[in-house]
Design a protein around this ligand. Structure first.
Ligand SMILES: Nc1nc2c(c(=O)[nH]1)N[C@H]1C(S)=C(S)[C@@H](COP(=O)(O)OP(=O)(O)OC[C@H]3O[C@@H](n4cnc5c(=O)[nH]c(N)nc54)[C@H](O)[C@@H]3O)O[C@H]1N2
Ligand SMILES: Nc1nc2c(c(=O)[nH]1)N[C@H]1C(S)=C(S)[C@@H](COP(=O)(O)OP(=O)(O)OC[C@H]3O[C@@H](n4cnc5c(=O)[nH]c(N)nc54)[C@H](O)[C@@H]3O)O[C@H]1N2
Ligand code: SF4
Ligand SMILES: [Mo]
Length: 884
C-alpha cells in the first residue's frame, strides 16, 4: 500500500509537477508528473533527489527564544510585543520583514497584508530583490505592468532562441531539456548563448557570444539600430501599440560600431551573424536571467531587449517574445501578492492613490503604506544604522546571499530584535536570531506557487508536521492577531488563496493584468483538487488566452508600450589593485545556500567544494596551479576556494558559485566580497561584476578526509565539507602542520581516545595517512600531502561503507597511493546513477561516441538528463584528444 500525492518541485521557477509516493512503512520516492504541463514527467537532478533532502536532520522543531525552547504562545506573544513596541515608539517604518520567493503565495500574501495594510509601512522586501527586480522594473517601464508575455511552448515553437545571462542547462534544466528536444526534432532551429563564460548551456548553441561583463545594453542597442534600418522593423505595430520609438532609436544610433566592439568585446563577425539571425528570424524568443538582472544596468538591459521585440512586433505571438526566466519556485507568486517594497498587492501600484484606496477598502484595514518601503540593500543599511528596531526574516539566508555579507551579518547580529523563520536550526542567519521559529518545509505544507510562465500549481503536503513546526502564514497571522489586528483569522490556506484571488479581480475591469477572479470563491475541496492553470483566469471566462500583447493592450494609461531610450553604461570596475572581474552564480546540483541540497550525498558528489573558474593564462600569470587553492580578495572581504583552471572561462574573469557558506566551508561566502552596488531603477545588486584580486593560497599542506561522523574542523585555514555516501568528505588546507595528527583526528572526527589509528608517514615526501576503525568499519581516514592530495575521492568514500574485517583491506587505505590501483569512478557526472568522469572516459575509449551510447553502456544521463551536456563535453574532449 502506498499513497501518491501530486505536488510541485520547491526549487527553480520551471515549476515541475512532482508525484510523491509514500509507502506504508514510510519510504518516500518522487517522480516527475507526466500530466503537469511544465515538465510532462521530466525532473532534473535536484528534483529527482528531493526524497533525500527531507529528513529531519538539523531541523528546527520547536520555537526558541534566545536559544531556549519556548512554546508558540510565548514566542508569538514576544514577537507581537516587540514589533508593537517599536511601532508605537518609533513609528511603523522602524520594523521590517525580509521574506522570500520560496514562500508559498498564501504565506507571502499574509506577510504583505500585515506590513502594508495593518502595520502601515512599505518595509517588506524579499530576496526577489536580488533575483527578479530588474525584470519587474523593466516590464513595468515597457508594459505598464509586471507581465511575462509568453509561455514555455514559445521556446519550442521558435526558430531562434537567444539565451542571454542564463545558464539554462544547470539552472532551468527541464526547460533546457524541452528546448534541446525541440532542436533535435527541428535541427534548423538556432540557439544563441550570450554569456562571458562558456557554460554547459553552450552545448546546444549554434553561436556563443562570450560577451564582456555587462556588454548587453550595448549589444541590444546595436541590434535595435541594425533592425531599424532593415526589413524586420514593424512600423505598423510600432505605430499602433507603442510610444517612444524615435528616442530609443536615437539612443541606439548613438552607439558606433567601434564602440559596440569595445563594449561587448566580441568579434565583428559574431556581432553581424547575431544581428543577421535576429533580423531574418521572425519566430525569435529572447530568454534572460541573472546575467541580465543582477547588474548595475539590469533594468536597462531588460528594456534594451524588450525594445528589439517591440520594434519587430515579435511579442505575444506563438514562438516570439522576450522571456524572463524566474529563479525561485514562487518568484512570480511573490510579485502577484506585491511582496516587493515598491509594489502593493495584486499588481497594484503603491504610488497610486486609487490603488491604495482600493486595497485598503478590500482589506478593511486601518491604514495603508503610503510610499514604497526600503529595498533589500537599503533595508539592511537601515538595520545597520539602527533605524530598524525589529526585523523578521523568513525563508531566506541573507548572511550568505546578500552583497556585503559581512556588513549584513553585523547588522543582523546587532539589531535589537530579530526573528528568523526557517526549517533548519543552524544556518548562517539563524544563528543570530533572538527568536527562531520552526516552519513547515516542502512536503509538509500546503499552498500554491507560480512558475515562470504564469502557471499556478499546488504544493501539497504528504508528510506529517514534524515537532511543533507550523506554516509560515500561521506564524504571521498569529502575530497579527496578537498585535490586535482583525482580518487574520484564517483557518486554512484555501481561505487565503480565495481572498488573494478575490483581490485580483476586485474593481479590476481589465485594468490590471493579474486577475484570477475565477477562483475567488474556491472551496476547500476545489483548492485540494486545483489543477495547474495559467493566469489570467477571469471569473466566468474559463481558460483565457495565455499570451499577452500580440495586439497591444498594454497597461500604461494609453494602452501603449514604451520604448525606453537607454544608454550603454561603462562597467569595467577593475583597477591595478583589483585587476580581475568576479562573476558569481550557480552550479547544477546545489540550491542557493545548500540548506537542503547539502543534505544529499548524491547532489553533493557532483561538485564537492567551492571553486573559482580561472582562465589558464591568468592562472599562469598569477602563479595559480590547477587544483591548488586560491585566495580571492575585494575591499569588502576575502574567500579561499579551489582553483579550477579552464578555457571555458574568459581571460580576466573569475567565476565562483554563490552556494558555499560557513556551514560547509571555512571561508567561501562569496557575497562577503561583493559591494552593495545596485541598479538605480530596481535596487537589484550587481552580483556578477565585481573587481577582485587573486593569489595562490600559501598552503604548506593539503588534506583530504572521509569520516562517518560530521567533522568539526579547527586548525585548518581551508576546509570544505560535503555529505558523502556513508558519511562526510572533507577537503583541507593548512598553513602549518598540526603537531599531533592523531589527536587532531580524534577531536575533528569525534573519535574516542581508545581507538588507535593505522598509520603511515613519509618524512621526506610529507605524506601522511591515518585510518581509524571500529568493528570492521572505517570511522575516519585522513590523507595529508604537500601537494593537492591525489587520493581517488570516490574510492575513499566507498571505504566508509565497505567491510574492513580483513586487515589487508585496512592496510590498503594507508598503503601506497590509495585508490590508484583500483578503478576510480572520478568526480560524479551523473548523480542519478553515480557515474563518474573516469567511467565515462572509459566508455568513450571503448567506442561509445554519443551521449546515447554512453548512456546505454553506463546508464549515465538516462534518468533526469541533467548531465547530458557534461557527458557530451567529455566525449568531445576525448575525441579531440585522440585526434591530436
Ligand atoms: N542548480 C540550480 N538551479 C537554480 C538555482 C540554484 O541555486 N541552483 N537557483 C534558481 C534561481 S533563484 C535563479 S535566480 C536562477 C538563476 O539562473 P541563471 O541566471 O541562469 O544562473 P546564474 O548562474 O546566476 O547566471 C547565469 C549566467 O549569467 C552569466 N553572466 C554573468 N555576467 C553576465 C553579463 O554581463 N552578461 C551576460 N549575458 N551574462 C552574464 C554567468 O556567467 C552565468 O553563466 O536559477 C534557478 N535555478
Ligand atoms: N553573489 C551572489 N549572490 C546571490 C546570487 C548570485 O547569483 N550571486 N543570487 C541571488 C538570488 S537570484 C537569490 S534568489 C538569492 C537566494 O538566496 P537565499 O534566499 O538566501 O537562499 P536559500 O538557501 O534558498 O534560503 C532559503 C532559506 O529558507 C529556508 N527554508 C526552506 N524552506 C522553507 C520554508 O518553507 N519556510 C521557511 N520559513 N524557510 C524555509 C532554507 O533552509 C534557507 O535557510 O541569492 C542571491 N544572492
Ligand atoms: S527543473 Fe529541476 S529544480 Fe527546476 S522545478 Fe524542475 S525538477 Fe525542480
Ligand atoms: Mo533567484
Amino acid at each position: 500500500m502506498s499513497t501518491e500525492t501530486r505536488t510541485t518541485c520547491p526549487y527553480c521557477g520551471v515549476g515541475c509537477g512532482v508525484i510523491a509516493t509514500v509507502t506504508h512503512d514510510g519510504d518516500i520516492s518522487v517522480k516527475g508528473d507526466p500530466e503537469h504541463p511544465a515538465n510532462l514527467g521530466r525532473l532534473c537532478s535536484k528534483g529527482s533527489a528531493l526524497a533525500e533532502t527531507i529528513d529531519l536532520d538539523g531541523r528546527v522543531l520547536f520555537p526558541e527564544i534566545g536559544g531556549q525552547r519556548a512554546t508558540w504562545d510565548t514566542a508569538l506573544d514576544l514577537v507581537a510585543r516587540k514589533f508593537s513596541e517599536a511601532i508605537s515608539e518609533q513609528g511603523p517604518d522602524s520594523v521590517a520583514f525580509y521574506v522570500s520567493g520560496q514562500l508559498l503565495t498564501e504565506d507571502y500574501y499574509v506577510a504583505n497584508k500585515l506590513m502594508k495594510g495593518f502595520i502601515g509601512s512599505g518595509n517588506i522586501d524579499t530576496n526577489s530583490r536580488l533575483c527578479m527586480s530588474s525584470s519587474v522594473a523593466g516590464h513595468r517601464r515597457a508594459f505598464g505592468s509586471d507581465t511575462v508575455p509568453g509561455i514555455y511552448n514559445d521556446l519550442e515553437l521558435a526558430e531562434l532562441v537567444i539565451l542571454t545571462g542564463s545558464n539554462l542547462a544547470w539552472c532551468h534544466p527541464v526547460i533546457y531539456q524541452r528546448l534541446a528536444a525541440a532542436k533535435t526534432a527541428r535541427p534548423g532551429m538556432k540557439i544563441v548563448v550570450i554569456d562571458p563564460r562558456r557554460t554547459m548551456t553552450c552545448d546546444i548553441a549554434d553561436l556563443h557570444l562570450a560577451i564582456r561583463p555587462d556588454g548587453d545594453v550595448a549589444l541590444f542597442l546595436g541590434l535595435l539600430a541594425h533592425l531599424a534600418k532593415g526589413p524586420a522593423i514593424d512600423q505598423t505595430y510600432i505605430g499602433a501599440h507603442t510610444a517612444g520609438f524615435a528616442e530609443a532609436f536615437a539612443a541606439a544610433s548613438a552607439v558606433t560600431f567601434e564602440d559596440l566592439l569595445d563594449r561587448t568585446g566580441l568579434p565583428a563577425m559574431q556581432i553581424r551573424e547575431f544581428f543577421r539571425l535576429f533580423e531574418m528570424t521572425e519566430k525569435t524568443v529572447t530568454c534572460y536571467s541573472q546575467g541580465i538582472n543582477q547588474s548595475s544596468s539590469g533594468t536597462d538591459k531588460v528594456n534594451a531587449i524588450i525594445n528589439c521585440h517591440l520594434a519587430t512586433g515579435r511579442i505575444g505571438r506563438p514562438g516570439m517574445g522576450p522571456f524572463s526566466l524566474t529563479g525561485q519556485p514562487n518568484a512570480m507568486g511573490g510579485r502577484e501578492v506585491g511582496g516587493l517594497a515598491n509594489m502593493l498587492a495584486a499588481h497594484m501600484a503603491i504610488e497610486s492613490t486609487e490603488d491604495r484606496d482600493r486595497v485598503q477598502r478590500f482589506w478593511s484595514s486601518p491604514t495603508i503604506a503610503t510610499r514604497p518601503g526600503l529595498k533589500a540593500v537599503d533595508m539592511f543599511k537601515a538595520v545597520a544604522d539602527g533605524r530598524i528596531k525589529a526585523l523578521w526574516i523568513m525563508a531566506t539566508n541573507p548572511v550568505v546571499s546578500m552583497p556585503d555579507a559581512h556588513a549584513v551579518e553585523a547588522a543582523i547580529r546587532d539589531c535589537p530584535f530579530v526573528v528568523v523563520s526557517d526549517i533548519l536550526h543552524d544556518t548562517d542567519t539563524a544563528r543570530h536570531a533572538d527568536v527562531l521559529l520552526p516552519s513547515l518545509g516542502w512536503g509538509e505544507k500546503d499552498g500554491t506557487v507560480t512558475n515562470s510562465e504564469r502557471r499556478i500549481s499546488r504544493q501539497r503536503r504528504f508528510l506529517k508536521s514534524p515537532g511543533n513546526a507550523r506554516p509560515d502564514w500561521w506564524q504571521l497571522a498569529g502575530v497579527a492577531q496578537r498585535m490586535g489586528h482583525s482580518g487574520f483569522d484564517y483557518r486554512s490556506q484555501a481561505e487565503i488563496f480565495a481572498e488573494h484571488a478575490a483581490l485580483s479581480s476586485f474593481e479590476n475591469e481589465g485594468l490590471r493584468d493579474f486577475d484570477i477572479g475565477a477562483h475567488a470563491a474556491i472551496s476547500q475541496d476545489g483548492y485540494d483538487r486545483l489543477a495547474p492553470f495559467q493566469w489570467p483566469q477571469l471569473a466566468g471566462k474559463g481558460n483565457n488566452e495565455t499570451r499577452f500583447f500580440a495586439n497591444g493592450g498594454f497597461y500604461h494609461a494609453d494602452g501603449k508600450a514604451r520604448f525606453v531610450a537607454v544608454n550603454p553604461s561603462t562597467t569595467d570596475r577593475t583597477s591595478a589593485s583589483y585587476p580581475l572581474t568576479l562573476n558569481t552564480g550557480r552550479i547544477r546540483d546545489h540550491w542557493h545556500t545548500m540548506t537542503r541540497t547539502g543534505k544529499s550525498a548524491r547532489l553533493s558528489g557532483h561538485i564537492a567544494e567551492p571553486f573559482a573558474e580561472i582562465h589558464p593564462r591568468d592562472a599562469i600569470d598569477l602563479g595559480i596551479r590547477g587544483a591548488g587553492l586560491v585566495e580571492l580578495q575585494s575591499p569588502r572581504g576575502t574567500a579561499i576556494v579551489r582553483a579550477l583552471v579552464t578555457e571555458r572561462q574568459a581571460r580576466g574573469n573569475v567565476f565562483v558559485p554563490m552556494h558555499w557558506n560557513d556551514q560547509y566551508a571555512s571561508k567561501a561566502r562569496i557575497d562577503a566580497l561583493i559591494p552593495p552596488v545596485v541598479d538605480p531603477f530596481s535596487g537589484q545588486p550587481a552580483s556578477k561584476n565585481v573587481a577582485i584580486a587573486a593569489r595562490p593560497f600559501p598552503a604548506a599542506l593539503y588534506g583530504f578526509a572521509v569520516s562517518a561522523e560530521k567533522p568539526s574542523v579547527t586548525g585548518a585555514e581551508y576546509w570544505a565539507l560535503a555529505k558523502a555516501e556513508g558519511g562526510w568528505r572533507t577537503e583541507l588546507g593548512f598553513i602549518q602542520a598540526i603537531e599531533d595528527w592523531t589527536d587532531w583526528c580524534r577531536a575533528t572526527f569525534g573519535l574516542s581516545a581508545g581507538i588507535e589509528p593505522l598509520g603511515y608517514s613519509d618524512g621526506q615526501s610529507g605524506d601522511l595517512r591515518l585510518a581509524f576503525f571500529r568493528d570492521g568499519r572505517l570511522l575516519a581516514a585522513l590523507f595529508i600531502a604537500r601537494q593537492p592530495v591525489a587520493v581517488a575521492r570516490n574510492w575513499a568514500i566507498a571505504q566508509l561503507s565497505a567491510d574492513h574485517g580483513d586487515m589487508r583491506r585496512r592496510f590498503s587505505i594507508v598503503a601506497g597511493r590509495p585508490g590508484m590501483d583500483q578503478p576510480d569512478p572520478g568526480a560524479t557526472v551523473c548523480s542519478c546513477f553515480f557515474v563518474g568522469t573516469n567511467q565515462i572516459i572509459e566508455a568513450v575509449r571503448g567506442g561509445c561516441h554519443s551521449v546515447k551510447a554512453v548512456g546505454a553502456h553506463t546508464n549515465a544521463g538516462t534518468n533526469c538528463g541533467s548531465c547530458r551536456a557534461e557527458i557530451r563535453g567529455i566525449i568531445d574532449g576525448c575525441l579531440a584528444a585522440a585526434a591530436e
